[in-house]
Structure formats: C-alpha cells, structure tokens
Write a protein that binds this ligand. Structure first.
Ligand code: SF4
Ligand code: SF4
Ligand code: SF4
Length: 282
C-alpha cells in the first residue's frame, strides 16, 4: 500500500504524536511505501496513495489546493487532530481577512478556517489536540490491514480516576483553586473540567494529572445524540444534577465560559460533528 501524510494549517503536534508510536509505526512503513510526507521523507509532491493522514484545517488558498489534490489522488483520507476534524484552535479566532498584495508570494487567506471535510471526503476522524499516538496509529492500521475501526462512544469522565463529590459548588474557574482535594473530581472542586461532555479515548490524561479537560476530543456521542446537541446544555444539566443546583442558575454561571467550551469546535459546534460516525478508538 502507498501511505502518505500531509499537514495543512497545523502546528506539527499531531505528526509528533504519530512519531511517538515508534517501532510499530516504522514496521508498518517498512511493509508499505510512503508516497509523500510533510514530515517523514523528503518527498512532498502529492502522488497517488491508498491512505493519507491529514493534519490541520484549511485556512488559505494554497491549503485548499493541496486538500483538493489529496482528495483527487487518494483512496482514503484520515482527518487527524481537532484542527482537521473540527477546525481546532486556529478555527477559534475571528481574524478578519488580510489583504495579500499581488506578487508577495503569499497565498490568499480564506474568510475563515474550515475543517478538512469541507473540501475532501474523509474516511475516518481522529479528534484530539493532538490525538493520543495509539488512536492515530489504530486508525492507520485499520485502513492498511482492512478491519473496521471501533467508535469510542464514552466520555473522558468514564476513564478518569477522580472521585465525583456530590454537593453545592459556588463558582467555577479555569484555574487551579483550593477546592480540589487529593483524588477528588476537579469539577466538584470548582474547576471547569469538560470531562462529562467530551469524547473519551485519551485515558483522561489531563484530569489524571490535575489539569482540567479542555474538551480537545470534541463532543461525546451522548452530547451529539441529545436534544440540543450542545456541550453547554449537557454541561449545565450534569452540573445541576451533581451539585443539586437549579439549572437556570448553573446556566447563568457557565455562560461566561462558553468560549472555553467551544475552543476546539467553534468552527463546527454541533450539527456537522453530529453526522460523523467514524471516530476511532485505539
Ligand atoms: S490538532 Fe492540535 S496538535 Fe494537531 S495540528 Fe491542531 S493544534 Fe496542532
Ligand atoms: S469532571 Fe473531570 S475530574 Fe471530574 S471525573 Fe470527569 S474528567 Fe474527572
Ligand atoms: S482530557 Fe480532555 S483536553 Fe485532555 S487530552 Fe483528553 S479530551 Fe483532550
């Protein structure tokens, strides 16, 4: 098989994550051929491929051209990372279009960043910023070896070792406070952890180390199948229930944190994400 990787409006973190797979990844490449790659070989011209891992969304005319070329020459495309899947952090900024002078050599900016599947049909989605190495590798392996990948439908909370404490919380913050004790749940201690509404698969790597889940894997299946398909609405419901606080009060308190909740999915808050059935587990 011909395997390829490409980076559009990406920071390189997703490719670094893939590299940390190490020997199993090298072995897979040894049994196949790299047709082109932005990171692994000095071969960057787009060529026909069986499977391409694409990181990053589409922010300018050049990236749109590359994405379209990948679409024309590849059998299967895997969107790797939340930039490619949802727009990610670069999609969160409202940067007004910048005029590019003729002859500057710079590609024209598009009005806004778009997720990869606005330009190319995508076979599999691997959200995360970056996704854990095993999830990217499993997605690649499933295509190369021809088996069906498994959709990961639980939340970050379901993998989290912390203990949920039921009871009132006065306010939520993004910063470490004094309200969290030992192995207690960060959210119960007043930190705005998005674990209850975020797709699992990362082994709760942030809350396990004392940092809140920022929602980088995007909305969980429960959010996508709920009535409002909204991380915010589901968060309000969950917190109201665990804290025993009226939902309208929680909703008011949390409205100030809306941007935080859609940091990775602002370009694709709900509806388009909802149709995505092909999200892999490792
Ligand atoms: S998803 Fe995160 S790690 Fe991957 S390219 Fe985007 S910003 Fe970088
Ligand atoms: S809210 Fe955060 S800290 Fe609490 S259980 Fe869920 S993931 Fe863990
Ligand atoms: S815990 Fe949340 S922010 Fe951290 S890697 Fe997992 S999904 Fe991303």
């Amino acid at each position: 098989m011909y395997v390829a990787t490409a980076a559009l409006c990406a920071c390189g973190g997703c490719h670094c994550s893939l590299m940390t797979v190490g020997e199993p990844f090298i072995a897979l490449l040894a049994d196949n051929s790299i047709s082109y790659s932005s990171h692994f070989v000095d071969r960057r011209t787009i060529a026909p491929s069986d499977v391409v891992l694409v990181t990053g969304g589409i922010r300018n005319a050049e990236e749109l051209e590359i994405a379209s070329e990948i679409g024309r020459t590849s059998r299967k495309v895997i969107a790797v990372g939340s930039c490619a899947v949802y727009g990610g952090i670069p999609g969160a900024g409202d940067i007004p279009p910048v005029e590019v002078e003729d002859g500057s050599g710079l590609p024209a900016l598009l009005p806004r960043l778009e997720p990869l599947d606005t330009a190319v049909p995508v076979e599999l989605y691997v959200p995360g910023c970056p996704p854990p190495p095993n999830l990217i590798f499993e997605a690649l392996k499933s295509v190369v070896e021809g088996y069906s990948s498994i959709r990961f439908d639980s939340t970050v909370c379901s993998d989290c070792p912390r203990r949920v404490q039921r009871g009132p919380v006065r306010r939520w913050t993004l910063h470490p406070g004094t309200g969290v004790h030992g192995a207690d749940c960060l959210l119960s201690g007043g930190m705005m952890c998005l674990g209850p509404v975020t797709r699992g698969g990362c082994r709760a790597s942030c809350p396990a180390r004392g940092a809140v889940c920022a929602g980088c894997r995007g909305p969980s299946d429960a959010v996508l199948s709920s009535q409002l398909h909204s991380m915010y609405a589901d968060m309000v419901k969950y917190v109201g229930l665990t804290c025993g606080t009226r939902e309208d009060k929680v909703a008011r308190e949390m409205a100030a944190l809306l941007r935080w909740m859609y940091l990775f999915t602002r370009r694709d808050p709900v509806t388009r994400a909802r149709i995505r059935e092909k999200v892999v587990d490792g």
